[in-house]
Design a protein around this ligand. Structure first.
Ligand code: TRP
Length: 337
């Protein structure tokens, strides 16, 4: 039996934070060790250009994201780990798919609609202000990422489910016109993975600017944790673990026994300072070894580059013959002599 392909991309516009780690990176790395699947994980650097026109930021983020995954022990013997822009077949397929994608389908995409809604709410008279064609047709690039490798399962957050459904629609349309070439992908949304709260209690997200960088040096990690907002209950006053930001983060790192113990201590009135210390120790203990590897990798980017190029080579063993077949299917091939 051929192994199932699991594929996901990471947009390279920021520094990986604790929320990314608990929600996406940790489960993906665990899955990379499963010999029953072939994971394809990639740096979505062409996706980064949709929202970010700062070249240094995109470059730095690509380095940090790659170093993070390697430092955390991604098994690149089993997983294919690559940079989107090293696979020219992706952009080639994007155009082919663009030509079978209904504009009306793209009109319904949340990412684009959110910008239009903001313009309308802001009293802007051009609803398309700030909307590039990249933003508008971004689901097609994403469909090409997925369909080029015939991925079966695509682990994503809830906000991305619509894009996977669009990829299915586009694949179905192509298959209908040109024959059965694409697997119809499915979104894999893990309800159990943690959604962490950030410094201000809202979901930890780079768009809220409330994140704690995963590999911040120890001192900075402690400082960030000390900044997490709490209520003003005094030491000795019983506290509610539900809806508590410190607890929500603690749960993503501690064992069930540790969590049960800390719940008891909330009831007994643990001081916020003490809880912050516990949280710091728990996170730091878990990530310190990977942080050391991360720092070493950042100091030797040639090792990272070698891994990425090796991943691209493996990915292209699949994508080059497949794009050839797809080109032929749509009528693009050498003149028959
Ligand atoms: N758009 C995704 C995000 O913002 C990242 C991404 C790009 C992706 N291409 C993908 C995810 C293909 C899954 C499959 O999170």
């Amino acid at each position: 039996m051929t192994k199932a392909t699991v594929l996901t991309g990471i947009t390279t516009t920021g520094t990986p934070h604790l929320g990314n780690y608990a929600g996406a990176i940790r489960p993906a790395i665990a899955a990379s060790k499963d010999a029953e699947v072939t994971p394809f994980y990639f740096l979505a650097d062409y996706h980064a250009l949709i929202k970010c026109h700062e070249p240094e930021r995109v470059r730095q983020s690509s380095l940090e994201v790659a170093a993070t995954w390697l430092a955390l022990g991604l098994d690149t013997g089993n997983a294919v780990f690559y940079r989107q822009s090293d696979i020219p077949e992706i952009t080639e397929l994007t155009w082919i798919l663009t030509c079978v994608t209904a504009k009306g389908l793209m009109n319904r995409a949340h990412a684009y609609k959110a910008t239009v809604a903001e313009n309308e709410e802001g009293g802007e008279n051009d609803p398309d202000k700030g909307v590039t064609m990249g933003l508008f047709s971004y689901p097609i690039l994403m469909a090409a990422d997925i369909l080029l490798f015939n991925a079966h399962k695509v682990p994503v957050g809830k906000d991305q489910i619509q894009h996977i459904e669009m990829a299915r629609d586009i694949a179905g349309r192509f298959n209908h016109i040109f024959g059965e070439h694409f697997v119809l992908p499915e979104a894999a949304v893990d309800e159990n993975t943690a959604t962490l709260s950030g410094l201000d209690g809202r979901k930890m997200s780079k768009s809220y600017n409330n994140t704690i960088p995963l590999f911040a040096p120890e001192k900075q990690l402690r400082k960030a944790i000390n900044k997490i907002k709490t209520n003003s209950l005094e030491p000795g006053e019983p506290k509610d673990p539900e809806g508590c930001t410190l607890m929500s983060i603690y749960q993503a790192f501690a064992t069930p026994a540790q969590v049960a113990d800390v719940r008891k201590r909330y009831a007994e009135g643990i001081a916020w300072g003490e809880m912050k210390q516990l949280l710091f120790e728990c996170i730091n203990e878990q990530i310190a070894p990977a942080r050391e590897r991360y720092e070493a990798l950042i100091q030797s980017p040639e090792h990272i580059e070698r891994e990425l190029l090796d991943g691209a080579r493996k990915a292209r063993e699949v994508s080059i013959p497949f794009i050839k077949k797809l080109r032929h299917a749509v009528g693009i091939s050498p003149i028959q002599l």
